[in-house]
Design a protein around this ligand. Structure first.
Ligand code: CA
Length: 148
């Protein structure tokens, strides 16, 4: 729905992890709906994930993740959350807009990039007066006209 026209393997794993957290398994139809694509295109990627040992398929139930797939799916989900929080801290407010932006940039954030963003968020948590000053400063300095 909010994801670029061709979802990557990472997008699939993240969604499958989320669905299995919610329901215990992931059906192709639910994956397709969350990714905004047709169920037919789900099956090819699912085969790849199966071949690489990240998902298992149970007839009549749906997909579940192997321990390896689950670890990776959880990390991808957490990465999404960290980046969404970062965008909020720098002033984004609209939830859908944040989600769309995260979907666009998240694949470029490897462990080091993510750790640096997390470290910045930890700093803002620890230094609350800095965070408050930043929030007030943002409110007093609206984005320029060329920014929207
Ligand atoms: Ca994502």
């Amino acid at each position: 729905m909010f994801i670029a026209s061709t979802p990557s393997q990472e997008d699939y794993l993240e969604i499958i992890w989320q669905l299995t957290q919610e329901k215990g398994y992931a059906r192709a139809a639910d994956i397709a709906q969350r990714l905004g694509i047709s169920p037919a295109s789900v099956s090819r990627m699912v085969q790849k994930l199966h071949a690489s040992g990240q998902v298992t398929y149970e007839r009549y139930r749906g997909l579940s993740l192997t321990p390896q797939g689950s670890r990776r799916g959880r990390r991808l989900f957490e990465r999404h959350q960290v980046l969404a929080t970062f965008l909020e801290v720098i002033g984004f407010e609209d939830g859908v807009g944040i989600r769309t932006t995260v979907e666009g940039i998240e694949h470029f954030f490897g462990p080091e990039e993510l750790c640096r963003v997390q470290r910045f968020l930890d700093f803002m948590d620890a230094e609350h007066t800095v965070y408050q000053a930043w929030t007030a400063w943002q409110a007093a300095h609206p984005l320029g006209e060329g920014c929207r």
